[in-house]
Design a protein around this ligand. Structure first.
Ligand SMILES: C[S@@+](CC[C@H](N)C(=O)[O-])C[C@H]1O[C@@H](n2cnc3c(N)ncnc32)[C@H](O)[C@@H]1O
Length: 336
């Protein structure tokens, strides 16, 4: 019997997303309470957030940029902008015993899972109805985050991978060379999505010299990036990289945040990062004229991040867009 290919898609670029996949996710989210799925962290009591007015320790205008010092689980529920956030980007501590200045990164596993569900919940509640959340997370907690966001009724739009080649050597298993970039929306039909703002050259244009792509009326030779992210300026921020901020761990490259912020927020929109670190999210948001709020547990980290956000600014603006991420070398042009 001839193979039947499903060529009807419910969103651009979705070869693996045939019509109905989004609907299936919504139905299964509604069914999840019946499944009564228990994850390890569900047996730990949730954090009870503080209820006190919060004030930013650092603030700048045009666009409004605020940095709060404290536990994001206590600060975010008390923000005046609660329920108005367009985009959350979260790069949490991974519980890998990283020596952050004040945060202790070595909880028992069940407590870490509970911590994860708590901050996910407060971020989801902070989002506007059209809001999106991105989470940067390695293999060991990706599945739990996906399950939790699904049981909160959110819909997965993409499961991207940030691929880097500066991995730590080990011979006990394959070397880690990716972190997951999970993209969920509260309402997939009414989210902010700006594909034209993030286009890059297609392989057809930059490698194969395919004339058909140049003949397209709009965005000739360009396409939305694929869901595995790598390339110049996409490596881990290490050593003498000009973006590198001393004293900060697990700093994310600016191009990564640029892609997320341009795709999923509009100028003047509001971006929230619960785990400020070196301040990458607010630095990029400010450069692209988005308002932003970030929270950081360590006061020293916060001061250093603020210097970057407010004084140094974005160093690689515009470098996530336009270029080619093709792996192959350009092929020579065919002679007519
Ligand atoms: C993985 S780093 C974030 C790195 C950041 N994305 C960057 O590019 O620099 C996590 C940060 O979250 C902070 N942190 C940990 N737990 C926190 C909490 N409960 N509330 C606020 N900040 C927290 C840590 O001190 C650390 O600076």
């Amino acid at each position: 019997m001839a193979e039947r290919k499903n060529t009807e898609f419910d969103r651009p670029g979705g070869y693996a997303t045939p019509r109905g996949a989004t609907q299936i996710q919504r139905e299964s989210a509604a069914d999840l309470p019946r499944a009564d799925i228990r994850l390890l962290g569900d047996d730990v009591a949730p954090h009870v957030p503080a209820t006190a007015a919060v004030e930013p320790v650092h603030r700048s205008a045009d666009p409004d940029t605020r940095l709060y010092v404290g536990d994001c689980r206590d600060v975010i529920p008390n923000l005046p902008d609660h329920g108005e956030v367009d985009l959350v980007f979260a790069d949490p501590p991974f519980n890998w015993d990283v020596p952050y200045d004040e945060w202790s990164d070595g909880m028992p596993r069940a407590e870490y899972e509970r911590f994860t569900y708590d901050w996910l919940d407060i971020c989801v509640d902070a989002l506007a109805p059209h809001g999106s959340i991105w989470v940067n997370i390695p293999d060991d907690t990706a599945a739990e985050i996906v399950m939790h966001l699904k049981r909160r009724g959110l819909t997965m739009i993409n499961w991207c991978a940030w691929h880097f080649r500066f991995g730590q050597h080990r011979d006990s298993s394959f070397i880690m060379s990716k972190v997951h970039a999970l993209y969920f929306a509260k309402d997939p039909d009414h989210r902010i999505w700006n594909p034209d703002a993030i286009l890059e050259q297609s392989d057809r244009a930059s490698v194969y010299n395919d004339p058909r792509t140049q003949a397209k009326g709009r965005n000739a030779g360009m396409r939305v990036p694929m869901d595995v992210w790598y390339g110049p300026y996409w490596g881990r921020v290490q050593g003498n990289n000009k973006e590198r901020r001393a004293r900060h761990h697990n700093q994310i490259p600016e191009v990564y945040l640029e892609r997320v912020i341009l795709a999923c927020s509009d100028e003047g929109g509001l971006v929230l990062d619960p785990f400020c670190g070196s301040g990458t999210t607010s630095t990029v948001a400010r450069a692209w004229n988005r308002r932003s709020i970030t929270t950081e547990y360590g006061a020293g980290n916060a001061d250093s991040a603020w210097e970057r956000i407010n004084e140094i600014g974005m160093l690689r603006k515009g470098q996530s867009t336009g270029g080619s991420s093709a792996l192959g070398r350009p092929r020579s042009k065919r002679t007519p």
